[in-house]
Write a protein that binds this ligand. Structure first.
Ligand SMILES: [Zn+2]
Length: 141
């Protein structure tokens, strides 16, 4: 073992913070448009406000309106991709960040509880399916 080995393990914990279009912040790593298109704005490694966090903004005012189904599906696709790259990733709402200006972001109607339940169950199943396919494609005789 080398003494110069990095102390932080590969796949260090990342915290995914969710925002909506009415957020007062103006810097995010990903933006999901009202048309459900995912746009990468910054490299994951670039720290915007919080180290080790990745900001995702979903366009829309989710204090007033529910998140459209296809936009929510795009978010789930992106979260699966992030989960495969950062195994310990956790999902949080901007309003949970301590020390930030008071906000309802990502909106009162954003389905945070439903999304967390999905992340604890279906997201892990989908991740396992992807990993199984990768392994089988590499080791099939
Ligand atoms: Zn926000």
């Amino acid at each position: 073992m080398s003494n110069t080995a990095p102390k932080r393990p590969i796949g260090a914990k990342k915290f995914v913070l969710l925002h909506h279009g009415r957020c007062y912040r103006d810097s995010f790593h990903y933006r999901i448009g009202a048309n459900a298109e995912i746009v990468r704005l910054e490299s994951d490694d670039l720290s915007t406000q919080h180290p080790n966090s990745i900001g995702i903004q979903l366009m829309g005012d989710f204090d007033k309106e529910p998140v459209p189904a296809d936009q929510l599906q795009a978010l789930k696709d992106l979260l699966l991709d992030l989960k495969l790259r950062y195994p310990a990733v956790q999902i949080g709402a901007h309003r949970q960040v301590r020390g930030d200006r008071k906000t309802t972001c990502p909106g009162r109607r954003f389905p945070m509880r439903e999304l967390r339940e999905w992340a604890d169950t279906h997201l892990l199943d989908q991740r396992d399916d992807v990993l199984r396919e990768v392994i089988e494609s590499q080791y099939r005789p």
